[in-house]
Design a protein around this ligand. Structure first.
Ligand code: BGC
Length: 454
């Protein structure tokens, strides 16, 4: 790869986190129960029975964490609001202590010269809303718009960048289709309404945020190239089906106002009218990217790495296959820097002038190095970031309008069904003492950012 690590003037550098993964303090400040509290309490759902009850204790240690961000040199911090902290039962004017916490966080960030870029929803639904049907019920779109209005009223004066929903594909697939994430439903294709309702909630939230004075609004959607396992017609067709399901089902409605062929009929509600709301123009589009996936026709050779070890049921018209010949992260995800540039070029080609500027709202890797004599020498994360950033730069050279890169994640945190087993952070967290130790990759990224500011 020839591209270097210099980025266009004004390029934004950030880190990303999410509420349930870092905050802890689940029973403080009037926070209500969330679907992730419920899911974690169910035996066998999360590795070692771990939970986000304490996590990184960011709720109490946010000032220390903002200081780490300032030292790193980032200009943007992507975090998420905890919906059950703001609206404990999913409705109403907003819980004062919850709003106050985010006031303190936002003001501390601004004081450190860092722009807050909050996500409204990163998978922690107030449990009462789940009990009323959750994302299977159209009513949640109304609730979400109302929640967005509460946030805009309180924070639009200080928040210069907003993100509606994180990875609607993952909640649909892992949460409602396969049952590997909260709320643990195994509905297979009957989970499709979850996709539609999240997209509609996204569109309604864009409108509600703007009505409340919010500006610079996007979504954080995960995307990855789908590579056919071979040139055979069967594998190519299977890869196309999978590609529609994980990529274009979630991006086409937002950017083109339509579903890939065959999906509209499966969606609930007045779909044509909804698509007008879903495609409310965005200021930018956020892409989370980790690894490409290889897909072939169903033959019983499925590799479960693409679904975090969860086997897909038999009878599907495709199956993810092992991607051979690449190093893997400690989570087993293939390390393929070129795929990053590829998915960005695909977006440019597919959407043309319908594509607003792009931000990379997540990219990173689980490398589970721990301190040795106080030093975390995570050279494999440095190699990963170096390769992925060069690939990103090559896409920019090819004309893809990418405006910023937000690394996942600032610090090791609760990695959903994998509990605390996977370390994605630039900063090591000792989950016994909660001590933070910046890793070698933190210092490396610091230098990359500093060089870009020279
Ligand atoms: C999610 C994060 C998660 C990360 C690594 C993304 O899918 O938005 O919450 O921790 O990837 O798995």
């Amino acid at each position: 790869m020839t591209a270097d690590l210099s980025f266009p003037p004004g390029f934004r550098w950030g880190v990303s986190t999410s509420a349930y993964q870092i905050e802890g303090a689940v029973a403080e400040g009037g926070r209500g129960p969330s679907t992730w509290d419920t899911f974690c309490a169910e035996p066998g759902k999360v590795l070692n029975g771990e939970t986000g009850a304490v996590a990184c204790d960011h709720y109490h240690r946010y000032a220390e964490d903002v200081a780490l961000m300032r030292e790193l040199g980032i200009d943007t911090y992507r975090f998420s609001f905890s919906w059950p902290r703001i609206q404990p039962d999913g409705t109403g004017p907003g819980n004062a202590a919850g709003l106050d916490f985010y006031d303190r966080l936002i003001d501390t960030l601004l004081g450190a010269g860092i722009s807050p870029a909050p996500t409204l929803y990163h998978w922690d639904t107030p449990q009462p809303l789940e009990d009323a049907g959750g994302w299977l019920s159209r009513d949640i779109t109304e609730r979400f718009a109302d929640y967005a209005s509460v946030l805009a009223a309180r924070f639009a004066d200080r928040v210069p960048m907003w993100i509606t929903i994180n990875e609607p594909m993952v909640l649909t697939l892992m949460g409602y289709s396969l049952g590997a994430h909260a709320p643990g439903k195994e509905l297979m294709f009957d989970a499709l309404p979850v996709a539609h309702h999240q997209l509609l909630a996204h569109g309604r939230a864009v409108q509600a945020l703007r009505a409340g004075g919010g500006v610079n609004i996007g979504i954080a959607s995960n995307h990855a190239p789908t590579w056919a396992a071979s040139d055979s017609a069967e594998d190519v067709e299977a890869a196309g089906l999978y590609d529609n399901l994980i990529n274009w089902l979630f991006a086409d409605p937002v950017l083109l106002g339509k579903y890939p062929a065959g999906y509209e009929a499966a969606m609930p509600g007045p779909v044509e009218d909804d698509l007008k709301v879903i495609s409310t123009p965005l200021d930018w589009f956020g892409i989370n990217h980790y690894s490409p996936v290889s897909v072939g026709a169903a033959t019983g050779q499925a590799d479960t790495a693409a679904t975090d070890g969860i086997p897909l049921p038999p009878g599907l018209p495709f199956e993810p296959r092992a991607l051979e010949g690449y190093e893997r992260t400690d989570f087993g995800w293939p390390i393929v820097p070129a795929a990053f540039g590829e998915i960005l070029r695909t977006f440019k080609d597919r959407y043309g002038d319908r594509l607003p500027p792009i931000y990379i709202t997540e990219n990173g890797c689980a490398i589970n190095d721990v301190p040795v004599d106080g030093v975390v020498d995570d050279q494999r994360r440095i190699a990963y970031l170096d390769g992925y950033l060069r690939s990103l730069r090559s896409a920019i050279d090819d004309g893809v309008d990418v405006r910023g890169y937000f690394q996942w994640s600032l610090m090791d945190n609760f990695e959903w069904a994998a509990g605390y087993s996977q370390r994605f952070g630039l900063v090591h967290v000792d989950f016994e003492t909660l001590e933070r130790t910046p890793k070698a990759s933190y210092h490396w990224l610091h230098d990359v950012i500093a060089k870009n500011r020279e």
